[in-house]
Design a protein around this ligand. Structure first.
Ligand SMILES: *Cc1c(COP(=O)(O)O)cnc(C)c1O
Length: 365
């Protein structure tokens, strides 16, 4: 065969026929809106942190870069060894129990790739993080969702859940409450597959369930530095699980999944726990203040353990308030989903940002 000759196609085709059917037919995930003139907005729509990261992070990135960027010539550590040691020290686990990820989204994806074959089922709570469904769709896995009861339990969760993975976002986003460790233990016992605790917002909460990883061999916990550490732009996440599961995830990740600057930033951020505590304490304080102020003007606000609240205006018209805030260059999240469209998810920014937002919301009525 002459490789220089253009291939001949007897049958006309469109690009679509080259694709796996599930990829051709799927809708991609739509992330929260990032306006181009971002600095002129109060941005409360994607649960980013409005405070800057620890100054140690910036120092570490600059030190890693060097004056002429010489460090960038060589690959980063493939095993993210230092990061796993620091995270292990922080959470009380041997590094063999920890995998670092390019954002926790990467490890959520790899959990599905590792455990759910085409046609297998994964489950999650609706409402929570719909990206689980997108990742499952790419894999060709089936998705089952479960609703929530008024007392914040999963509705009709079976005694024996046989899906390959159940994703539990705790604290729940967009609603705010966390599930108790006792309730999570009950779920772990009912799941024949993996129970993934997506603890993205745990640093803002009163407690967390990471210790359950030691007790249940089917629990994996994911964390991220995007929200509490104010590093969404660096793409840093991690998972904690039994070494056999971590080893499996390690096989399927990109071998250089974290770049050098991200690795330096991660170590510095995890080591500056004083900064993290101070930043989260401020956000929690603002969250409680803002929630109380909104209730005082007639809003329904679900008690939140995250850096956001789900708030319902007196007229139950979340879209109206979203649009009026948008006109004032305040960006919050409105979901068109019928079970959420009455309200808004509002990220908790700085105290100053929330004072301005409250003032506008009082005007809007
Ligand atoms: C923000 C978010 C993530 C993604 O975090 P990254 O580490 O930035 O990829 C995962 N799960 C939930 C519930 C989130 O809100």
């Amino acid at each position: 065969m002459n490789l220089n000759q253009a291939p001949k196609h007897d049958i006309p085709y469109s690009t679509m026929t080259l694709l796996r059917p599930n990829i051709a037919s799927m809708n991609g995930y739509v992330p929260g809106f990032q306006p181009a003139d971002i600095a002129s907005w109060i941005k409360l729509n994607t649960n980013e942190n409005s405070y800057p990261p620890s100054p140690r992070v910036v120092e570490a990135i600059l030190a890693e870069l060097g004056t002429d960027g010489v460090s960038l010539h060589t690959y980063p550590s493939a095993s993210s060894r230092k990061l796993r040691e620091v995270a292990g020290e922080l959470y009380g686990f041997d590094p063999s129990w920890i995998i670092m990820a390019n954002g926790s989204d990467e490890v959520l994806n790899n959990l599905i790739r590792a455990c759910a074959a085409e046609g297998d089922e994964i489950g999650y709570v609706h409402p929570s993080y719909s990206y689980y469904a997108t990742l499952a769709e790419v894999q060709g896995a089936r998705v089952r969702t479960y609703g929530l009861t008024d007392d914040f339990r999963i509705a009709d969760f079976p005694d024996r859940y046989e899906g390959k993975i159940f994703f539990l976002t705790t604290p729940n986003a967009p609603l705010g409450p966390a599930f108790s460790p006792e309730y999570i233990e009950d779920l772990a016992q009912r799941c024949t597959g993996l129970l993934v605790l997506d603890e993205t917002y745990a640093d803002f909460a009163d407690g967390n369930a990471m210790d359950l990883v030691r007790k249940y061999d089917n629990i994996v916990v994911t964390r991220t530095l995007s929200k509490s550490y104010a590093l969404a732009g660096m793409r840093l996440g991690l998972a904690v699980g039994r070494p056999e599961m971590i080893a499996a995830l390690d096989k399927i990740r990109d071998h250089y999944n974290l770049d050098r600057l991200a690795q330096a930033a991660c170590v510095a951020a995890l080591l500056d726990q004083a900064y993290l505590r101070e930043c989260c304490a401020r956000i929690r304080e603002t969250r409680e203040w803002f929630s109380a102020e909104l209730r005082a003007i007639g809003y329904g606000v679900i008690p939140s353990q995250g850096n956001y609240i789900f708030a319902t205006p007196p007229d139950q018209d979340g879209k109206r308030v979203y649009e009026r805030l948008f006109d004032q260059k305040i960006l919050v999240r409105h979901f068109s989903d019928p079970i959420l469209c009455h309200g808004l998810r509002i990220s908790i920014g700085t105290q100053q940002e929330m004072e301005r937002t409250l003032a506008i919301m009082k005007e809007i009525g």
